[in-house]
Design a protein around this ligand. Structure first.
Ligand code: FES
Ligand SMILES: [Fe+2]
Length: 350
């Protein structure tokens, strides 16, 4: 499926962000992940549960049911299923066949997210989830905060490619975070054991008058160090750090602060995508109100990425892909990202 050269839409044997931890509670909710309609809830002891939404009796939606203790009761004929997917009650019969089960999915909570394994459960190794150190969660001097989850009418690969080519900051985000120098600066990348690392330096750049520059108290020209990690197939971490420019800065080398944006990209269907985004920063970490201000700021940036991805989806879906692609030097990481994603799908196929 374009832009991947495979008809399989996604890799199954992988961890994907399925929900914010705060979303999963004692109220059942439905979310479709990799084409499967699932229900999520939390047991009384706090364990998150995901199971197929279609009740195995007559396929009514369990999301319309209700929780009774740790069991979910279907609202159609009253069958009950426990958190392991086992049917534990059928009205009008005492004996419940062992085959009365529905599928549940391995879940792990890491950072502020619930991660799900949709493939072969025997392969669900939690150590494959990106290490929590990347989230700087327990690192002194950093403060994490939740962003949101958005549902895009665009295939997930468009969002991956968006993040693997941040030269777009200079154009798509020119009003809030990018400058022409970001687009002109060369990106370098390297494929490491568990992720792809990307970095670029943008030197002696204007940033003082941009909204984020004002929030960070930037004065004069800055050197922007942009580091990034891509943990295929689900997570990107984009992290800029700002310093007073070594050439032309007010106080060369002084740090204005850094932040990390976490992007969990989970296919809903082949052409729609859940976009989980959150942030951690190392400046003004006692300032609760700054969480809201930064969230609103990032909301504006994310909305521009959503608009771009959905516009491309519309063109390639309804207009076909008759216009051939051209790829420039700046597409090196994006093209490598495509190959990595494709190889994960092919690995599933054996
Ligand atoms: S469809 Fe769920 S109990 Fe019948
Ligand atoms: Fe963007």
């Amino acid at each position: 499926m374009y832009p991947l050269q495979t008809e399989r839409p996604y890799a199954l044997n992988q961890w994907y962000v399925a929900a914010w931890s705060h979303e999963v509670g004692r109220t059942i909710f439905e979310r479709k992940i990799l084409g499967q309609s699932l229900v999520f809830y939390r047991t009384q002891a706090g364990k998150p549960i995901a199971m197929d939404n279609a009740c195995p009796h007559r396929r009514y939606a369990l999301s319309n049911g209700r929780l009774e203790g740790d069991d979910i009761e279907c609202a159609y004929h009253g069958f009950k299923f426990n958190g392991n997917g086992k049917c534990v009650h059928v009205p009008q019969q005492d004996k419940i066949p062992a085959a009365f089960v529905t599928r549940t999915y391995p879940l792990v909570e890491c950072w502020q997210w619930v991660w799900i394994w949709m493939g072969d459960p025997d392969k669900a190794d939690p150590s494959l989830i990106p290490d929590s150190k990347w989230f700087k969660d327990k690192e002194p001097g950093w403060r994490g905060f939740a962003g949101a989850v958005d549902l895009l009418k665009a295939r997930y690969m468009l969002l991956h490619e968006n993040l693997l080519d941040l030269s777009h900051l200079g154009f798509l985000h020119a009003r809030n975070i990018g400058t022409p120098r970001v687009a002109q600066s060369a990106v370098e990348f390297e494929v490491r054991s568990d992720h792809m690392a990307l970095w670029r330096n943008v030197n002696s750049d204007e940033f003082e008058n941009q909204p984020l520059g004002k929030l960070m108290g930037v004065k004069g020209l800055v050197d922007r160090v942009m580091e990034q990690q891509f943990f295929a197939p689900n997570l990107h971490i984009t992290g800029p750090a700002f310093y007073s420019a070594r050439e032309g800065g007010v106080n060369p080398g002084q740090s204005f602060g850094a932040f990390r944006v976490f992007h969990g990209i989970t296919p809903e269907t082949p052409t729609t995508t859940h976009y989980f985004w959150g942030c951690s920063r190392n400046f003004e970490i006692e300032d609760n109100e700054l969480d809201n201000i930064m969230r609103k700021f990032l909301r504006g940036v994310v909305d521009e990425d959503i608009e771009a991805s959905e516009t491309i989806e519309r063109l390639i879906t309804t207009g076909g892909t008759l216009v051939p692609e051209i790829s420039a030097i700046s597409d090196g990481a994006g093209l490598r990202g495509r190959r990595i994603m494709q190889s994960l799908i092919e690995k599933d196929l054996g």
